[in-house]
Design a protein around this ligand. Structure first.
Ligand SMILES: O=C(NNC1=NCCC1)c1ccc(Br)cc1
Length: 344
């Protein structure tokens, strides 16, 4: 019986974005991690072993009069960061932001890996990628957005994440008050099951100088890459050559084996990173690259900061994670298989 100390690292910085989901009858509200990088809706439940629970609110299956076991179906999933979960499958009524789906597959965890156990705030995940990569067997199940599509005014959802404060996801409409410039759409390739798109490279601009971002002053570095839009990943993970070229512009930036990535002096404000996506110029302000202090708990006293831009080592794609969505309002056009970006 493991009596070892379980140290909880306080989540002081935008590690993940949770939203309330109502499951069952009467509705049980759980905060789930909305993840455009996966396609399973799974929850900590009354079937999750106590030793693997870490304070999460549980979906109590036996308390829902509309929960139905999907016999002989199971699921198992491994995420890009190596975290894992697995279990049984039920169908039940699920509501998100006033949108209700009857008969939604709700995957109950009978096993979760340590990083999920130690994340008390998250009761599971709600996948928003394409049905093709749902992990229920022998019959794949549909995602919440796939099931909800016909009941939405427009077949879209949007992400409006923010630094150090709540953001929001909208389902079925585009709220023009949530972004400033024009929306720029690009087609995605859904063959992989992800929100996948090509990017041509990057340029650099001095912080807060948007006009500079569009001028030729910040030379364009043509490091083309394939990316996925993934709200389930915290950082912006890019090809090593691109990350190296970016941090080369930041005095004192270096890779740290102990911190597991690129770090730099906290006193410096990194240059803005401009990602070239088709004709769209996605400006990632340097203050978002200044992701978290490393040697203390606050930016004012820390000397070393951890970068919000890191290398997508060993991954098949670049991962445009939450750091990206804090800078760009994003439309996920499910029916049109397009992504729309706008500054905000
Ligand atoms: O798992 C992925 N995104 N979501 C989540 N990560 C951690 C918990 C949820 C992921 C998907 C595709 C690639 Br390529 C890399 C990572």
């Amino acid at each position: 019986d493991d009596q070892g100390e379980v140290s909880a690292v306080p989540q002081l910085f935008d590690v993940e974005y949770l939203a309330p989901v109502e499951i069952g009858t009467p509705p049980q509200t759980l905060n789930l991690n909305f993840d455009t990088g996966s396609s399973d809706l799974w929850v900590f439940s009354s079937e999750t072993p106590e030793r693997q629970q870490g304070g999460q609110k549980l979906f109590r299956i036996e308390d829902s009069t509309t929960a139905r076991r999907l016999d002989n179906h199971t699921w198992t999933i491994t995420y890009g960061d190596g975290s894992r979960s697995a279990g049984n499958v039920y169908t039940d009524t699920v509501s998100v932001g006033g949108v209700t789906v009857f008969g939604q597959a709700v995957e109950s965890a009978t096993s979760v890996s340590a990083s999920f156990t130690h994340d008390a705030a998250s009761s599971g995940l709600l996948g928003l990628a394409f049905d093709s990569i749902n992990q229920v067997r022998p019959n794949k199940q549909k995602t919440f957005i796939s099931n909800a599509l016909d009941s939405l005014e427009y077949p879209v959802f949007t992400a409006n994440l923010k630094k150090a404060e709540p953001g929001n996801y909208n389902f079925g409409f585009i709220d023009p008050t949530e972004f400033t410039g024009p929306l720029s759409f690009i087609p995605i390739n859904a063959t992989s099951g992800f929100w996948q798109f090509p990017a041509s490279g990057f340029s650099i601009s001095q912080p807060g100088n948007a006009s500079f971002a569009n001028s030729t002053a910040g030379m364009f570095v043509p490091i083309a890459h394939t990316a996925i839009a993934d709200t389930g990943t915290t950082l912006l993970l890019l090809p090593a050559a691109l990350v190296q070229a970016y941090y080369a512009q930041l005095p004192g930036a270096k890779t740290s084996a102990s911190e597991g990535g690129w770090v730099f002096p906290c006193k410096a404000t990194p240059p803005d990173l401009v990602l070239h996506i088709g004709t769209y110029r996605a400006v990632i302000p340097g203050e978002l690259v200044r992701f978290a202090p490393v040697d203390t708990d606050d930016f004012e006293t820390a000397t070393v900061c951890y970068g919000g831009v890191q290398t997508a080592n060993g991954l098949p794609f670049a991962i445009y994670g939450d750091v990206f969505f804090k800078a760009q309002f994003t439309v996920f056009d499910v029916e049109g298989e397009r992504l729309g970006f706008a500054p905000k």
